[in-house]
Every structure is written in C-alpha cells, then in structure tokens.
Design a protein around this ligand. Sequence first.
Ligand code: SF4
Ligand code: SF4
Ligand code: SF4
Length: 324
Amino acid sequence: MTDKSGEAKRSQTPKGEVPISIGSVDRRGAIKLLGLGALGAVPLVASARVMDGLVRDIVKGSVAENQAADTVPTREAGRIRQWTMVIDLAKCDGCQSQGTPPQCTTACIEGHFAPQPMEWIEVYEAELNGGGSQFIPTPCQQCENPPCVKVCPVGATFPTPEGTVLIDQDRCIGCRICMAACPYDRRFFNWGTPPIPPEAALSDYNPDHQAPASSGTVMKCDFCPEMARDGTLPYCIQACPNDAVWYGDLEEDIATNGRTVVKATKLVSDNNGYRLKEHLGTMPRVFYLPGHGEDIGRDPHDEGRMPTEWPWIERAEGAVTWTR
Ligand code: SF4
Ligand code: SF4
Ligand code: SF4
C-alpha cells in the first residue's frame, strides 16, 4: 500500500513475528518450514519430511473422501492441516513499485492457466479517507462455512478436511448457483471454449489444479493444494515482491511468507487482523492486516480492479475473450 508520497506504509516487520530464525529462505522450499515452530528442536530436514508426508496424505484423502460431501467435515483422528492465508495490506502496494500488474494475479493465472478474464486473486484499488490508495488482493476466502457449497445441487464443490473449498469441473453442471451464493464474488464461469495452452492440454485433470479448463464450468482459487503437497508455497505468495502474503496452518498456528516463519494467530491478533464481511458468518480462512487509515471490514468491490495480463494466452489455440 502506498501513501500520497508513494512510499510503502508500515514497511517494517508486522507484529507477531516470532523469533524463529530461518535466515534466507528459498521460496519453493519455504512451506517445508511450516511446522518448525511446533516441532521445536526437530532438525529442519526432519520437519520438512514430516510436513511433506502430512500434506500428501491429507490432500490425497480429502479429494477422494469429499467429492460428494455436502457438509463441512470435522477434524478426525490425527493431525489435519488447517490452511490459512494472511494478507498484509500495509505491505501490498498493488505492485506499483514494480511498475507491473499485480504479480500475485499474474503468477496465479500463469500457474493455473486460468482462462481470460479470470483473476482468481484480484487486486482492488480503493481510495482511503485519509488520502492515498489501498490495494486489496482477494483470492477465494476459503470459507469454513461456505455458502457456495451448500447450494450446489450435484456436490461438485466441496470442502476438504484441511479447510479449503474445491470444485470438481467433471461434476459441475454449470448452473452457476454457487456464483450467486458467494458473497465475495470469487467464482468465475467458463462461458466459451477456454483457451488451453499446450502444457495444460497435457495435464491430467484434477480438482486440485483445475487444468485443463473446460467450458460451462465454474473455477476459482483453490489455495494451491498441489503446491502444498509438493512442499512449495502457492504461486501468488512466491511471486509477491513485498512479502505481503502469508500461507499457514492454523492447526500448528504457524505461517510463512517465504522469508520468515511466524505464529499465525499472533500475527493476526497483534496487527488487528480481520476477515471480509465477517458479519455473514462465512468464517473465511483468509485474514487481512489493515494498513493505516483503513476502514475495517470494508467491501473490496468499492473501487476498480487493477489491470492484469494473461502471459500464456499467445500460446493457446482458439483463445477467446468474453465478459464475466
Ligand atoms: S469465498 Fe465464495 S467461493 Fe470461496 S469458499 Fe467462500 S463462498 Fe465459496
Ligand atoms: S492460493 Fe493458489 S489459486 Fe489461490 S490465488 Fe494464490 S496462486 Fe491462485
Ligand atoms: S504481488 Fe504482493 S504487492 Fe503485488 S499486488 Fe499482489 S500482494 Fe500486492
């Protein structure tokens, strides 16, 4: 976020970061550090292995067991990751300092081959009452009480035990009731034949990564469960030049932005974190840390979306552009 002078606000480290020193972290391996705090003195290599195994089992099981589920599963025996995201609005400057479209949006589009004009994580710009702009990245809020799931007549969208909401495009009948039910406008419809680049065309479809896209179905941010399985952070977090986005596990109360490991709940509480439209009772898994002068709990759709780009579009045959 920037003030009138264009300088980033609250550029210092947010409160809540705990003294878990990890030094310089390779972002592709950063997620392996989740769990380090809870595991205490367990060597890094060992904790990474534990993490990898847990994530692999969790995601594999969640897809198989919950494709037809119509209720949010409770935690069963054992330790189940509870994925969360924390977005620091004081650090996000909409990538204005880079002179580029929001890099989180572009990386997500590139990684998922999201058809144009889908922006699974859209960045909105809003004027602040005290002057200056605020930029608000908005992925699917991964609601713990998701209205989108409750209205799907065929169980094509379902919650997973680790707290995410996925869509199975093979089951989706394109009725778009879930889109109407989502209070965050976080679902997108394939109106036409989506352009598919060669890499996506060769992909085995799976609700975990939603590629290749298919016409007449709904898509959205999936929280990158495959990335977690492979021990990496979501595309959007890897791409953020300002370390504004954190990915974490509420089960172990830990989160990382790829540079630092923190206690997730402390990060949120020490910085007056909040969730969008909390009064609706949707219980999002995405938390926001406010910037200076922000009206808490504001609607992110007050102002315009930031422009973005679809880097792979020229590689796709039959590319089409349609309105949302
Ligand atoms: S943000 Fe919308 S699409 Fe995402 S889980 Fe919540 S209701 Fe469903
Ligand atoms: S978590 Fe994954 S799917 Fe969601 S916005 Fe980030 S990169 Fe896109
Ligand atoms: S990449 Fe980071 S700084 Fe840029 S818009 Fe996204 S969250 Fe904000």
